[in-house]
Structure formats: structure tokens, C-alpha cells
Ligand binder design. Structure first.
Ligand SMILES: Nc1ncnc2c1ncn2[C@@H]1O[C@H](COP(=O)(O)OP(=O)(O)OP(=O)(O)O)[C@@H](O)[C@H]1O
Ligand SMILES: [Mg+2]
Length: 509
């Protein structure tokens, strides 16, 4: 028998009466101070929603209460932990919940029968108003959440880069201009243009065949720019499925999707904030994403998917493609307005066949790299072998040259190889050898070129010399850093600093 209701003046003194009074008062208190309350049954179905809660329904994607009631709670409230409360029977007095309706302070309390059995749970939402005193806490939470997501992404990218993955790269430049080997007039010119571009804030468009070093130059431009301390973020457009491109670029607002991504995700534009965004294979961008990209570049703002907020960003764009963008514009496959937006500082990266004079230096650099990576000493190439290399058309450019040299290192057991053996390797790797280019000058530049080279900034020349010296010493000492530093008469600290600046010199381990 329930206790008789207390009169206005008298407090009940029996346990049941106190309980009933306290329960009613607390319920009323919660329903007046909370922004909303709802109830789920033992199965996790939403069975009741108070008036306050109903105003969240549109933000959660429901036009009417009828659509909301009777559904499983996790299907209608992204990110909720109500089911856990049902299962554990333990209340969660204060929690922060972020979903597409916003970030809220929430409370979840199990409801028990007289026998103590969990019959359902009540959920309460407090403080959704931005002007409440909890605002600093909520924004700190959101900020930490974003930082955590960034850190996770960066970690994933690093792991991928460590495995040689192509989709994501570490968020720092891996190459400098010193890594772009070549002193032929064509190579010197492309480096000059790229250096000049590094000084400017305008978009850069790198155009050139596959394997010519566009990505390497993009890193180098970033490293030589005023943004060098900022992130270098790259997106290989050809490698991202079309349906994911927008999310990749612009990010996803928290709660835009249910499931794994419900916390939201930063887009590349925001990750590159303060740094450089490298848009690799820009020619592969679908037209509808081109329109959004153009708008972002024009406005300096992006709108994450599922959000109606515009977020500012500050990035310098470097784009690259091996496709003929001009022809694509004419064929209606690439937006003309975007083309002109990106075409401010176009740089044509020459194919290897236009700079055969660089082949000996490239062979040397690629050999150094091979030795450091695999520990195998590649055979010396005799002059007629170098001349043969210089005569090839190298459709895959430097990447192809690198492959051929790897094959040479793996297949030959003599310390020196000449043209005949090299031709054999070329055939075995699928290159029908063209006539040699005779004679292969060694070392490359003629007198005029040499003078032009000596008139470059001294710091650059010194850096190049250092790079070569360190590479040669490392090679001589089998990658042993202590021996290398001793041989060059420099401190180990200085060697480590140079290795950090020139990751291409480092031994992978
Ligand atoms: N001038 C150079 N000196 C030394 N190595 C180079 C040079 N150019 C390119 N490479 C090397 O050749 C390979 C291909 O270069 P990169 O990836 O930059 O080419 P890409 O133009 O971006 O090619 P793709 O269009 O196929 O993506 C890389 O391993 C790079 O380090
Ligand atoms: Mg590339």
C-alpha cells in the first residue's frame, strides 16, 4: 500500500513516504533543469521522450516523435552509451556525448524494479547551451578529441610511410633541393624555377611525365618555403576512391555518420593548416570535386561534410600531374577556372631523356641509396654501360632508371659491368635497349655549365658537396655513422643533424 500523499504542511516520516516524495521531487528537478529526458526499456527501445527532448529530434534527423519512438536507442542517438548502462546496471552520472546534434553533458541512470532487476534506463541531457558555464570544458573536450584524431592519423600515415605506402606520407618534407640530383641545364632550370616558387605563396603546378621527380620537388619546395616548419600533407587523388575524396579533403563533422566515423574527422585542408598541401595526380580529380576544390581555394574556407559551418584554412597548394591538363580542359574533363587557379606558377619537370648528362650523377646517387637500403655493393658501370643508359628513352624516367639499377645490383656478380651485360639486364627487365649515346661525359657539365654551377649561391654548393661527401663516406664505412663522422672530421652530432635534414642519406632500419 503506498503511503498517503503528504499534506502541504507535513513531511512524511515513514521510509516509503520519504522515498516517494524525494523521488518525485528529484524527477521534477531533473526534468526542469535538464534540457531533455528519455526512457528506454529493457530491450533498449526508446519508449518515452519528454517535451524538452523533442527539440533535439530534427538535429538527430527525425521529423516526428513517431519515427523516433520504438527504435533501438543506438540507432537513433549516435554515440550513446545507454545500452551499457542497461547491461552493467551502473549509472553514468556525468559524461560528455558528441553527435550530430552537438556536444552535451549527459547523465544515464538505470531503473530497477523493486526486486532490484534492471527494467530500463533514463537518459538526461544537461547543458547544451553554448552560453552555459560548461562551455570551456566542452570546447576543451572537443579540442582534445580533434588532437587525438590528428595524432592517430599522423601515426597511421607514419606507419604507412614506413612501409613504403603511397597513399599517405609523413607530415614533413622528406626531400630538399639537394635531393634533386642533376646539374644539366634542364635540371638546373627546373630547380631554379622551383626555388623561386618556394619563395612565393601562390599555387604551384608541377607538370611532367611519370617518375620525373614531381613529388620530390613538391617536398623540396615546401622545405625551402616560409612554411617549412608547418606540416606537409599530401593526397594522392588517384589512390583515393572517388566517393571518399570529399571527406578526405574537407573532413567530416562529428556525428555526420554513425559508426566508426561518428566522432568526425579532419580533412586534409585542415591538417595542412599553416603548411603545404600536395595534391598529387590532380588530373584524376572528378569534376564535382573540382568545383568544391575551386570554391575552397577561392574562399579560403571549407565546409566539412555534414556540417553547416565554414572553417578557414591557411595552406599553400602544390599540385602535380603527368596528364596533359590543357588537353583535358579542352575536352571538358578539367575545369578551366580551376586550371587557371592552379596554373599560376607552372613548372615543367623535364623527362630524363632530355637530360642524359645527368645520368652518371643519378647513377651515383641511386647507387648510394641502394647500398644504404640493401647493403649490396652495386657493380661499377663502365663508360660504355653509362653511354648505353644515356641513350635509352626512359619512359618511366628516374623511377625506371632506379629499377634497372636495382636489377643490375641483384643480377650481376662481377664488380664492373659493361654495355653488353647491361643490355642483357635491360632486356630482362623489359626494356629493349636503344643505341648508346656516345660519349657519356663524366662528370657532366661542360665549361660554361661549370661556370654557371659555380655562380650559384655558395650555401647551396656547400650543401651539395656535404651531401655527396657524407654519402660517399657512409658507403665506404658500410653505413657506420661513427666511422663516417671520423673520416670526415666532423662531430657525430653534426652528422646526425645532416642525416636528419637529408633523409635520403639514411639507412632504413
Ligand atoms: N632528380 C632526382 N634525383 C634523384 N632522385 C630522383 C630525382 N627525381 C626523381 N627521383 C626519384 O625517382 C623516384 C620517382 O620520383 P617522384 O615520385 O618524385 O616522381 P613523380 O614525378 O611524382 O612520378 P609519378 O608521376 O609517377 O608520381 C623517386 O624515388 C625519387 O626519389
Ligand atoms: Mg608522384
Amino acid at each position: 500500500m503506498p503511503a498517503p500523499p503528504p499534506s502541504a504542511a507535513t513531511l512524511p516520516l515513514d521510509a516509503q513516504g520519504i522515498h516517494a516524495l524525494a523521488a518525485r521531487s528529484m524527477f521534477e528537478l531533473f526534468s526542469s533543469v535538464s534540457q531533455g529526458m528519455f526512457l528506454i526499456d529493457r530491450a533498449g527501445r526508446v519508449v518515452w521522450v519528454n517535451e524538452g527532448y523533442q527539440r533535439f529530434l530534427p538535429a538527430l534527423g527525425f521529423a516526428s516523435l513517431d519515427e523516433f519512438l520504438g527504435r533501438m536507442v543506438e540507432d537513433v542517438i549516435p554515440g550513446t552509451r545507454m545500452r551499457r548502462v542497461l547491461e552493467s546496471g551502473k549509472p553514468e552520472l556525468i559524461d560528455l556525448l558528441t553527435n550530430k546534434a552537438g556536444t552535451f553533458v549527459v547523465s544515464r541512470i538505470p531503473l530497477r524494479s523493486e526486486g532490484g532487476e534492471v527494467m530500463g534506463a533514463i537518459g538526461m541531457v544537461f547543458f547544451d547551451h553554448p552560453e552555459t558555464t560548461l562551455r570551456p570544458l566542452i570546447s576543451k573536450f572537443a579540442q582534445l578529441q580533434r588532437e587525438l584524431d590528428d595524432a592517430r592519423q599522423a601515426l597511421a600515415a607514419q606507419r604507412l610511410a614506413g612501409r613504403g605506402g603511397t597513399g599517405e606520407r609523413q607530415r614533413r618534407a622528406r626531400y630538399t633541393f639537394a635531393s634533386f640530383i642533376g646539374s644539366s641545364p634542364a635540371a638546373a632550370e627546373v630547380k631554379r624555377q622551383a626555388r623561386r616558387a618556394a619563395q612565393s605563396a601562390s599555387p604551384v603546378l608541377l607538370l611532367g611525365e611519370t617518375g620525373t621527380g614531381k613529388e620530390l620537388l613538391a617536398h623540396a619546395i615546401h622545405a625551402a618555403s616560409a612554411r617549412a616548419d608547418g606540416p606537409f600533407v599530401s593526397v594522392n587523388i588517384a589512390a583515393v576512391p572517388e566517393t571518399l575524396l570529399e571527406a578526405e579533403f574537407f573532413g567530416v563533422a562529428p556525428g555526420a555518420y554513425t559508426g566508426a566515423d561518428r566522432r568526425g574527422r579532419e580533412g586534409r585542408f585542415r591538417l595542412a593548416d599553416g603548411g603545404t598541401l600536395f595534391l598529387d595526380e590532380i588530373g584524376d580529380m572528378p569534376l564535382h570535386v573540382q568545383a568544391k576544390l575551386l570554391r575552397a581555394l577561392q574562399e579560403g574556407e571549407i565546409e566539412p561534410l555534414g556540417s553547416n559551418r565554414l572553417l578557414p584554412f591557411d595552406v599553400r597548394v602544390v599540385a602535380a600531374t603527368s596528364r596533359d591538363l590543357h588537353a583535358m580542359v579542352q575536352a571538358g574533363q578539367f575545369r578551366e577556372d580551376l586550371f587557371y587557379r592552379l596554373h599560376v606558377l607552372p613548372i615543367r619537370v623535364p623527362p630524363l631523356r632530355e637530360r642524359p648528362g645527368d645520368i652518371p650523377a643519378l647513377v651515383e646517387a641511386l647507387y648510394e641509396d641502394l647500398l644504404l637500403r640493401s647493403g649490396v655493393e652495386p657493380p661499377e658501370l663502365l663508360p660504355d654501360a653509362l653511354a648505353l643508359l644515356a641513350g635509352q628513352s626512359w619512359r618511366g624516367n628516374i623511377r625506371e632508371l632506379r629499377n634497372v639499377l636495382e636489377q643490375v645490383a641483384m643480377r650481376s656478380d662481377s664488380p664492373r659491368i659493361g654495355a653488353a651485360q647491361l643490355a642483357q639486364v635491360l632486356r630482362e627487365t623489359g626494356v629493349e635497349p636503344a643505341a648508346p649515346l656516345a660519349p657519356a661525359p663524366r662528370p657532366g657539365p661542360g665549361r660554361q655549365d661549370e661556370e654557371a654551377l659555380l655562380l650559384r649561391p655558395l650555401a647551396e654548393q656547400v650543401a651539395e658537396l656535404e651531401h655527396r661527401a657524407i654519402g660517399a663516406a657512409l658507403r665506404r664505412h658500410g653505413g657506420n655513422r661513427l666511422a663516417t663522422a671520423r673520416a670526415l672530421g666532423i662531430s657525430r652530432a653534426k652528422l646526425y643533424a645532416r642525416l636528419a635534414e637529408n633523409p635520403d642519406l639514411q639507412v632504413d632500419n
